[in-house]
Design a protein around this ligand. Structure first.
Ligand code: SIN
Ligand code: MN
Length: 223
């Protein structure tokens, strides 16, 4: 039986997952994915090289490089004081435009989309053993939507509720090119990555193994 039809792989349909949270399958073309992977390779080299952030002294299995603002548990700064003290790369204009298109694609009003100005991106790399525990994205002052893009191997992404790490939650398969936006009542929902599915990256996405996820956020910080 094809692995895609075993219970290990959750639901593939897109649409509204919870109020304020929308999934769009294959939103990025393979050309766009490959181009973004090329950008990722450059970002990962520095000036702040990609690294595993430490949470209470333990390295996360996910490795992260940031744009605009540097994130470390649990604060944003311009300089990567937990890595090498260098200033992170600026947030690219093309990513703001992509973020606005992502809001349009997920049914946000044109005025909301046009004024969306994310100023940080956490770019995560997962090897096939990496996981991300259930957490809220709450280090931002702004509650503007988070735009998430996935490239490479698929993962099981657990999207829950704003009250606790537990049920109710929905397990989604996030595949290469998928767009997921969460805002409004879903903005503070707990979420995490429970599994990366090896050997599922499509030919031509630019990544032969592992998974890249970009989350664009608005910090609400000045300076
Ligand atoms: C995150 O929660 O910051 C990343 C989510 C993902 O990898 O899909
Ligand atoms: Mn998150």
């Amino acid at each position: 039986m094809n692995a895609l039809f075993t219970p290990e792989f959750p639901e593939r349909d897109g649409g509204e997952i919870a109020r304020g949270a929308t999934l769009i399958r294959s939103w990025l073309t393979l050309d766009q994915q490959r181009w973004i992977v090329g950008q990722f390779r450059a970002w990962a080299r520095g000036p702040v090289p990609i690294r595993a952030a430490k949470v209470r002294g333990h390295e996360m299995s996910v490795r992260t490089v940031c744009l605009g603002w540097h994130w470390q548990p649990y604060a944003y700064t311009r300089e990567a004081t937990d890595v090498n003290g260098a200033r992170v790369l600026p947030f690219p204009d093309w990513m703001i435009r992509l973020g606005r298109d992502a809001l349009r694609a997920t049914g946000h009003d044109e005025a909301v989309a046009r004024s969306y100005t994310p100023d940080t991106a956490l770019v995560n790399f997962y090897d096939v053993t990496a996981r991300l525990g259930m957490h809220q994205d709450k280090d931002e002052i702004s509650r503007a939507p988070v735009v998430s893009l996935s490239i490479g191997d698929s993962c099981t992404f657990r999207f829950g509720n704003a009250e606790s790490r537990g049920r109710p939650y929905t397990d989604l398969l996030l595949a290469s090119g998928d767009l997921f936006v969460f805002g409004g009542p879903a903005r503070l929902a707990y979420h995490g990555v429970t599994k990366v599915h090896a050997d599922t990256a499509p030919e031509g996405c630019g990544l032969s193994r592992g998974r890249i996820n970009i989350t664009m956020r608005t910090t609400g910080l000045d300076g």
